[in-house]
Design a protein around this ligand. Structure first.
Ligand SMILES: Cc1cc2nc3c(=O)[nH]c(=O)nc-3n(C[C@H](O)[C@H](O)[C@H](O)COP(=O)(O)O)c2cc1C
Length: 176
């Protein structure tokens, strides 16, 4: 796969097979997460890797029933957290988003599906995860990424058909 194809093929995968994720694959995903740019190069992210089913269920409970289905059957999740004490100020919000997306793309490249579960800026979900993981005051939960090999691989390597490749009306040259 090349990077461009990976970007176009990536889609949220919410149902996973029982195949475990190896330590080698996890390390590649984590490296990708930390390879992104960060404001003032402050690298103001922390990742909590969760494989225990019991903790994944608790995270689903802390997120809410409507959107947390991927957590209920994921083989692994990573809670991306931002360091609010960094001198980059509120840029942790952006830096963590980049880290999260990098990990999703790296996983895809490895044949592992992923889904972003929104946490920041939902105050209740953030507070719930802060409590669940006993995070220090300066650490803010930002996003949860669930991972697992896809239960159904049929369209995993297809470019998404129901998604516009290029919405030309949203592209502006030189002026609005
Ligand atoms: C900030 C953010 C929050 C999201 N939250 C959830 C979520 O809580 N649960 C979920 O199943 N998907 C969630 N998603 C995935 C989106 O629903 C998904 O990316 C979107 O529908 C486009 O589909 P695609 O990822 O397959 O291209 C989230 C995505 C983003 C970027």
């Amino acid at each position: 796969m090349n990077t461009f194809n990976t970007i176009l093929m990536r889609k949220s995968v919410r149902e996973y097979s029982d195949k475990p994720i190896s330590d080698e694959a996890l390390e590649m995903i984590l490296k990708a997460g930390q390879a992104g740019p960060s404001a003032r190069n402050r690298r103001d992210w922390h990742f909590i890797v969760i494989k225990k089913a019991e903790t994944l269920q608790k995270m689903a409970g802390a997120t809410g029933p409507r959107v947390s289905m991927p957590l209920r059957n994921a083989k692994m999740a990573i809670l991306v957290c931002g360091d609010k004490s960094s001198s980059a100020g509120d840029f942790w919000e952006v830096d963590c988003s980049i880290a999260a997306q990098n990990m999703i793309l790296a996983a895809y490249e490895l044949g592992i599906g992923a889904c972003w579960i929104g946490t920041f800026p939902d105050e209740e979900r953030m507070q719930n995860h802060k409590f669940l993981f006993k995070l220090p005051d300066h650490i803010a939960p930002h996003s949860i990424i669930t991972f697992g090999y896809p239960k159904d691989e049929t369209h995993f390597f297809d470019i998404k058909e129901d998604k516009p490749i290029l919405e030309k009306e949203k592209i502006h040259f030189e002026k609005w």
